[in-house]
Design a protein around this ligand. Structure first.
Ligand code: ATP
Length: 329
């Protein structure tokens, strides 16, 4: 492939919500860049660090011992300043000052929207790596952080099942997902939940009541997983609506919250992050820009930011929903 401009110095940052595996991706970017003889700088707190010039050189030893750690050593943020023309101009000045001529952005769809705008205005080559627990991007089968977050949620639901089945209880467990039901659906199938409520589907209280009526005769415990962005409300709201009609049920609500974001990344997330980091740096060297690294059917692929963001996730939720219905009887 024809090189547009030879790249000598790469900047890397993490942006938006943090996700387990971001550190493994940073490590892979830094070490791949050095392997190819490039200089690397870490930009702190997402786009904020570009706007405020919070940049530090990263050598291969600076990323020792982080592959196993959750969170992100570069910290992450949502940057209001970068949403403005002036903010992005300041960001460009920071890049010029440090001689950074390309960026690897690790984040979600918002991060890639911002990258598109920055490329259009200032022509800086940027390649993206998915770092979001929501698994809501097009152009990839899974995003870095999703496997870890889902495993964490599943383990917690397993524990809830132990106590639920000792007391004949109906549990509502709220998992993360403001607009994506991926964690809820995967966790629901993996933990053997009776019903899952997700924002992408209009199945609500009526369908849930039908499941509860069936389960009442045959099950010692029932677990309903509720994605936080479900249109019926969060787990407390769903429990309240059920209680209105089924006063005799002993219900409990558990909101898992931010524990789902933390923890050591799983094997799958560490490997995806490592592969993504290598692919992103080598893509920049080869002259790519405005594209996101993803994995499709086991192969690393590049998809334009616009397609990755517009496509959203073609989820397997429908298939999993059918599987859950069959297996939870
Ligand atoms: P997550 O999926 O975890 O929420 P995200 O990358 O989608 O991650 P956002 O907060 O949506 O997180 O986006 C991260 C940052 O990207 C924003 O705080 C903002 O600085 C920048 N950004 C998003 N959209 C734009 C845009 N249209 N123009 C400029 N910058 C943007």
């Amino acid at each position: 492939m024809k090189k547009v401009k030879s790249i000598e110095h790469i900047g890397v940052f993490t942006s938006g919500g943090d996700a387990p595996g971001m550190n493994a991706a940073i490590r892979a970017v830094v070490r791949t860049a050095h392997y190819h003889g490039l200089q690397v700088s870490g930009i702190m707190e997402g786009y904020n660090g570009l706007v405020t010039d919070d940049v530090k050189a990263l050598g291969t030893r600076d990323v020792s011992n982080i592959i196993q750690r959750g969170g992100t050593i570069l910290r992450s943020a949502r940057s209001k300043e970068f949403m403005t023309l002036e903010g992005r101009l300041a960001a460009k000045k920071t890049l010029d000052k440090h001689g950074i001529d390309a960026l690897v952005a690790i984040g979600g769809d918002g991060t890639f929207r911002g990258a598109e705008v920055f490329i259009a205005e200032h022509g800086v080559p940027i390649v993206g790596i998915t770092g979001t627990i929501d698994n809501d991007m097009g152009g990839t089968d899974t995003t870095i952080g999703f496997d870890t977050a889902t495993n964490t949620a599943m383990e917690l639901v397993d524990r809830i099942r132990d106590t639920a089945s000792s007391h004949d209880r109906l549990f509502f467990v709220e998992v993360m997902g403001r607009s994506s039901g991926a964690i809820a659906m995967h966790c629901g199938v993996a933990a053997g939940a009776e019903f899952v409520m997700i924002p992408e589907r209009k199945q609500g209280i009526v369908e849930l009541i039908a499941v509860l009526e069936r389960a009442e005769k045959s099950k010692s415990s029932v677990i309903v997983i509720v994605a936080e962005g479900d249109e019926e409300g969060g787990a407390y709201e769903v429990a309240r609506k059920v209680k209105e009609r089924y006063a005799h049920y002993e219900t409990r609500v558990s909101v898992l919250g931010h524990v789902q974001r933390g923890g050591n990344p799983t094997v799958a997330d560490r490997i995806l992050a490592s592969r993504s980091g290598v692919t992103a740096v080598e893509a920049l060297i080869a002259g790519h820009a405005g594209e996101m690294v993803g994995v499709v059917n086991g192969e690393m692929v590049l998809t334009s930011f616009s397609m990755a963001v517009a496509a959203g996730k073609v989820t397997d939720n429908k298939d999993l929903d059918r599987i859950l219905t069959i297996l939870s009887t």
